[in-house]
Design a protein around this ligand. Sequence first.
Ligand SMILES: [Ca+2]
Length: 170
Amino acid sequence: MPRRFVRTAATAVLALLGGLLTAPAAQADIQTFPDVGGHITDVRVSHGPSTVGITAYDADFHHDTYYKFWIDTNYSNPGPEYKAEIYPGSDVLYLKRVANFASGGIKFDCEGFQGFTETVHDSYVKIIVPRSCISVPPSVRVAVVGYYNENPDVVDWAPGEQRFYPWVNR
Ligand SMILES: [Ca+2]
């Protein structure tokens, strides 16, 4: 009788863990999400075996736009855990640990972290983050913000202010 009780309890714990681990409704590998309105038009997330690639397609790309890529890697901790900042018109390319959307963040080194811009055949800004630098997350979700030096200045959040696109599984 005690044995049977133990087995039942273990089954219940496993069932609970299973429920927690599958909590976010996530999509796998590569997803492209639209952003309605001007400026950023789409955000593509490629969650590969060793890297996470995030591409923001920008109909109004300009080198003096400042971009922030917010990355959520842990759904049990509200808000983003990481932020990448890229300023195509300069050397600015930072990867930072953050507590939430209000965080300035703490810069850290990550070998293999890269940023790109493409303006000829398409217009986009892209970052590649090694998964090992962000705790090898099973899934990620992102938000991208562009700060445009226009008159008046424009801030474009994709998908919306302090909101994320759906989770993308590895
Ligand atoms: Ca989080």
